[in-house]
Design a protein around this ligand. Structure first.
Ligand code: SF4
Length: 230
């Protein structure tokens, strides 16, 4: 859906604007690329396109369908925006039967105004909750960056909120500043603390957790999925 975004998260290197029309051939080209690379687990994501009537849900759905059409045994994980909380948009992507629906909460509620100014903590939780309600067999997943100034109690609260929203899998990674104009790193979290957070998250109720300084949303996504599934 293009290289640029309608939002301006302070941690993200993606540029805000200008926006062009999405390329209608993109789903077919993504599917062809996955076939050429013989991928068996595909993570599909996009910029946020609040300017589109369905937030780009139709493009996600079409891409999932075309990938599954080209490689019937491929597992597909989609990392979606919040679609401004539009349940119709969420229904559109869920109807394409992704294997995993990922939506990152990114940080704790208090830091939203400085980290995700156009997003809404409760709305992101609602996306995960609603996805599970639409199809309980689809695994849901979310992630947070640590090192943005969050307090331990706030992280714990966020993990509880995610589990309460039915979220199955979690990724926790270190925030790194993409450039000097982005929000500064508050602190570097030690590998031991990441291990401790993994244990805490499992105790809170996640089925599987990837936690470490270099973990990102798609980190070992296939392995995480398999641990939850089997
Ligand atoms: S919505 Fe996503 S792509 Fe857009 S600025 Fe925020 S993190 Fe980056």
């Amino acid at each position: 859906m293009g290289p640029n975004c309608t939002r301006n998260c302070s941690f993200c290197a993606v540029e805000q604007y200008p926006l062009g029309p999405p390329d209608p051939e993109e789903p077919a080209r993504v599917a062809e690329a996955t076939r050429e690379m013989n991928l068996k687990y595909v993570v599909i994501t996009s910029v946020t396109r609040d300017d589109l009537p369905d937030g780009g849900a139709g493009y996600f759905a079409e891409t999932v369908r075309q990938v599954k059409n080209k490689i019937p045994d491929a597992l597909v994980e989609i990392l979606i925006p919040d679609f401004l909380g539009d349940e119709r948009a969420l229904n559109i992507v869920m109807e394409s039967s992704p294997d995993v629906l990922n939506h990152n909460i990114e940080t704790v509620s208090r830091l939203y105004p400085s980290v995700r100014p156009e997003a809404d903590y409760r709305r992101s939780l609602a996306v995960l909750r609603q996805a599970k309600k639409i199809n309980t067999s689809v695994f849901t997943k979310s992630g947070l960056m640590l090192g943005l100034g969050e307090l331990p109690g706030e992280v714990e609260e966020t993990l509880k909120d995610l589990v309460e929203a039915g979220c199955n899998m979690l990724t926790l990674g270190q925030y790194l500043q993409p450039s000097k104009k982005h929000i500064e790193v508050d602190r570097f979290v030690s590998p031991k603390e990441f291990d401790d957070w993994r244990k805490t998250a499992l105790e809170i109720g996640f089925s599987e957790v990837a936690s470490g300084p270099f973990v990102r949303s798609s980190y070992h996504a296939k392995e995480l999925y398999k641990k939850v599934k089997y």
